[in-house]
Design a protein around this ligand. Structure first.
Ligand code: 4AD
Ligand code: MG
Length: 432
């Protein structure tokens, strides 16, 4: 009878038993009488020890053949080994190659970022990218679990849209629909506002597209965004949900991805400090602080150095609320206490990761929104459906957008958001 196939992460429970491990050869060290095979299967890494005497001549020879990243099946006995990563190693009794691999492009030497990105389809097999993808998976599960528990309904937003949501400068036009301008979505928000009027609390989680001409470590052309939206909610409620959700995401990643964070050399003590309450400042307070530090001029959006200066000294994300309306989108409600301010909030992550969340309270007044659409030079026809939401039972409501890649980049301590998405799309990158 053949030994059962066991995932590497589960080997510990099979100590003393004979099992089969199927995966890829990560690396090999060989001596005259011993091969050490580092085998990975996506769930973990285990060392297979092939002894000439124990395994016999034929098996020993076969173990010498597979190249780096060849796929193999190894049969062996699970042995406890306190020094090994998973606490076990495999005394190999048989090994066979499934698919060969010669001259694997990602060898032991260090590669530049461009080379790695051009080989992203193979790079994903390496430790850091694999660990990052597992953290990303936890982030998305934590989001869905949390919002489901809180009574939010997942409503998928369309990808093709007839209107801009976040300004016309970053729109991707799609020449396909007859007699109609069409674009790739910048944000599902406007559709979530419609859905919130139907279902109360809703969210979408999907791709968004921005024709950003900027080449920074925070911008992707295609990124994933979470967008919750709540009926009968104001700016305070929005900030409360952002805080609770971010804390829950961090808690889950710390609980489920310790080994991954270790592989990424992330200082987890910093993440452990991410608990409520988060510091909150108004734009005015933040601007005054920056004016002292760097001569910032009131009224503009914060650039990367400003965000970094504001986040300095905070171990938790910083919430900045009530912005000059000129720097914010057309749909934001004005502060009744000061008509110059929009009831928006940005959340700045610690350690220079910048804005990870943007949101706020939405304007509910029909006339105000009509004037805004005009002032922002947006085509009113494309927004008639949106204005209907103010014609038929308008209520105070609000929500936010959380960038998945920026959040993952922060949690994992990555140097660039492109490492937080499996296959990044940027101004100069669409392959693979
Ligand atoms: O601040 P943004 O543009 O807000 C909106 O799109 C709102 N409609 C969201 C809402 O209220 N429902 O984008 C929200 C977040 C940013 O804070 C950032 O994390 C991320 O999306 N983001 C990007 N991430 C990667 N690359 C880009 N080019 C991004 N643009 C925005
Ligand atoms: Mg923003």
């Amino acid at each position: 009878m053949q030994a059962p196939v066991v995932a590497i992460k589960d080997l510990k429970a099979h100590e003393g038993k004979s099992v089969r491990v199927q995966g890829w050869l990560y690396a090999r060290r060989s001596g005259k009488k011993l091969h050490f095979l580092q085998i990975r299967d996506g769930t973990g890494l285990v060392q297979g020890v092939v002894g000439l005497e124990e395994a016999g001549e034929a098996v020993f020879q076969r173990a010498a053949a597979p190249g780096q990243e060849a796929s193999i099946v190894a049969t062996g006995t699970v042995r406890a080994d306190a020094r090994a990563p998973g606490g076990v190693e495999l005394s190999v009794t048989d090994v066979s190659e499934i698919g060969p691999s010669t001259d694997y492009p990602l060898g032991k030497q260090t590669h530049g970022p461009d080379f790695l990105l051009s080989n992203r389809h193979l790079w994903l097999r390496s430790r850091r990218p694999a660990a990052t993808l597992r953290v990303r998976d936890t982030v998305i599960r934590a989001i869905r679990d949390y919002l489901h528990r809180e009574g939010f309904v997942c409503v998928d937003a369309p990808i093709f849209t007839p209107n801009a949501c976040e300004g016309t400068t970053t729109l991707f036009e799609v020449p396909y629909f007859e007699d109609q301008k069409a674009y790739l979505t910048q944000s599902g928000q406007l559709y979530m506002e419609a859905a919130a009027m139907a279902l109360g609390k809703v969210y979408c989680l999907g791709p968004a597209f921005r024709a950003e001409r900027s080449k920074t470590r925070k911008h992707l052309t295609e990124f994933w965004m979470l967008e919750p939206e709540m009926a009968f909610a104001g700016l305070e409620d929005v900030m409360q949900v952002i805080e609770a959700l971010l804390c829950e995401i961090v808690r889950r990643v710390l609980a489920e991805n310790r080994a991954d964070l270790q592989a990424l050399e992330r200082d987890v003590s910093k993440l452990e400090q991410v608990v409520p309450p988060f510091p909150r400042v108004t734009y005015d307070e933040a601007a005054a602080l920056l004016k002292q530090k760097s001569g910032f001029v009131y009224g503009g959006d914060f650039g990367a150095p400003d965000e970094e200066a504001l986040a300095a000294g905070h171990s938790k994300p910083l919430m900045i609320h009530r912005w000059p309306h000129e720097v914010k989108a057309f749909y934001m409600r004005r502060d009744p206490a000061n008509e110059k301010l929009a009831l928006g909030v940005d959340v700045i992550a610690p350690d220079g990761y910048g804005e990870i969340v943007g949101g706020g309270e939405r304007a509910t007044d029909l006339l105000f929104l009509e004037r805004q659409i005009e002032a922002h030079k947006l085509p009113k026809e494309a927004f008639e459906w949106y204005l209907d939401l103010r014609r038929y039972g308008s209520v105070p409501h609000g929500g936010f957008g959380m960038g998945i890649e920026r959040t993952v980049a922060w949690l994992c301590g990555l140097p660039h958001v492109r490492e937080a998405i499996p296959f990044p799309r940027m101004l100069y990158r669409i392959y693979p």
